[in-house]
Design a protein around this ligand. Structure first.
Ligand SMILES: [Zn+2]
Length: 83
């Protein structure tokens, strides 16, 4: 889970899905997919989080492997500002 200090809470905002491309938040991305936005992505299988720049590849299977039945699927959990 992404953490922040209380003092930094003023720099965080809640996304309004209808205003900020809500489908970005609903979609699951496969290993190696291009990240649709700058931000933090969480693996649905194990909970590990990574940061990724927009258009950069999310961790590929050989970079993030599971030794169990859980699939690697990335979900955007925090979108950061960026060009
Ligand atoms: Zn994982």
């Amino acid at each position: 889970m992404a953490l922040h200090l209380g003092a930094s809470a003023g720099f965080l905002g809640e996304a309004m899905p209808g205003l900020v491309a809500g489908d970005l938040w609903e979609a699951l991305y496969a290993p190696g997919d291009a990240a649709p936005a700058h931000g933090v992505y969480r693996c649905e299988g194990c909970g590990e989080e990574v940061t990724c720049a927009r258009s950069a590849p999310l961790p590929a299977r050989e970079q993030h492997a599971h030794y169990g039945p859980w699939r690697v699927q990335w979900r955007l959990v925090a979108k950061t500002a960026g060009a």
